[in-house]
Design a protein around this ligand. Structure first.
Ligand SMILES: Nc1nc2c(ncn2[C@@H]2O[C@H](COP(=O)(O)OP(=O)(O)OP(=O)(O)O)[C@@H](O)[C@H]2O)c(=O)[nH]1
Ligand SMILES: [Mg+2]
Length: 233
């Protein structure tokens, strides 16, 4: 089952679902919309009329990306809805065409990651500055957390339900990039085996980024916190 958090993504929904359906016809989709003022939830409800495998949870307000992923994970695990969970962004930055590859990899690994930083991966339409920043941030995150993953801030990630059950999801409080790193860090501590496959990350065409200073600071702080936890054992 795919988890797709949405905030003001109305113009991406139709092409998103149609590309997912071409790649993974039977994969269920769980949208978590934070009451987007642009009518994203109504657009998802329209899609639900002809696709019974689309589920929608609307929350009262903008509670954050990490919290949306967490809540959906908790519901899927609680109700035993699927044996695997995939995180996916609504802005088409992650190629839906790589879903079969991810599913295949979950046959072999506990966690499968669509990575920009393995051979064949990359980022489209990113300038030198953003590329360097992201690559450097990943080196820093990898060194401090000790997690053997090249793309620590990857948001296109598949997990076996079985490995997620080992985590105390309620204790994971971070939101943006930090959430993505904290998940990988905690899974590594539980002995998860990670597989990475290359993806070319594509800059969003419709809608606006929700990236903020607060999310960036949280992302800078997490590897330090992780190092502290490693030292403390
Ligand atoms: N439910 C929910 N979804 C969110 C929230 N913030 C972001 N999202 C969604 O999470 C996904 C990733 O957010 P983006 O805005 O693309 O953030 P980003 O990928 O860091 O930034 P860009 O790709 O540069 O725009 C998208 O599907 C967003 O719609 C939130 O507070 N609540
Ligand atoms: Mg994005």
């Amino acid at each position: 089952m795919l988890i797709i958090p949405t905030y003001k993504e109305r113009d991406n929904i139709v092409s998103l679902v149609s590309r997912i359906r071409k790649a993974a016809a039977r994969e269920a989709i769980f949208f978590v919309d934070d009451n987007s003022p642009d009518g994203t939830a109504d657009e998802i409800r329209r899609v639900q009329q002809f696709d019974s495998r689309v589920r929608l949870l609307v929350r009262p307000g903008k509670l954050g990306y990490g919290s949306a992923c967490r809540q959906a994970m908790q519901e899927i695990l609680r109700d035993g809805l699927d044996d695997h969970i995939i995180q996916f962004d609504a802005d088409l930055s992650h190629p839906p065409e790589m879903l079969p590859r991810l599913l295949e990899m979950l046959g072999e690994y506990d966690v499968a990651i669509g990575s920009r930083y393995v051979t064949g991966g990359g980022s489209q339409k990113w300038d030198f500055r953003r590329r360097t920043l992201s690559f450097g941030a990943n080196l820093y995150a990898r060194a401090f957390t000790g997690v053997p993953v090249h793309d620590m801030t990857a948001g296109f990630v598949g997990y076996r339900a079985q490995i997620l059950r080992k985590l105390d999801l309620a204790s994971i409080r971070s939101e943006g990039y930090a959430f993505l790193m904290e998940m990988k860090f905690n899974l590594h501590r539980q002995g998860a085996r990670f597989g990475e496959f290359p993806i070319v990350f594509c800059e969003r065409e419709a809608g606006k980024s929700k990236f903020s200073r607060k999310i960036m600071l949280e992302g800078v702080k997490f590897p330090l916190k992780a190092l502290g936890r490693r030292i403390a054992g």
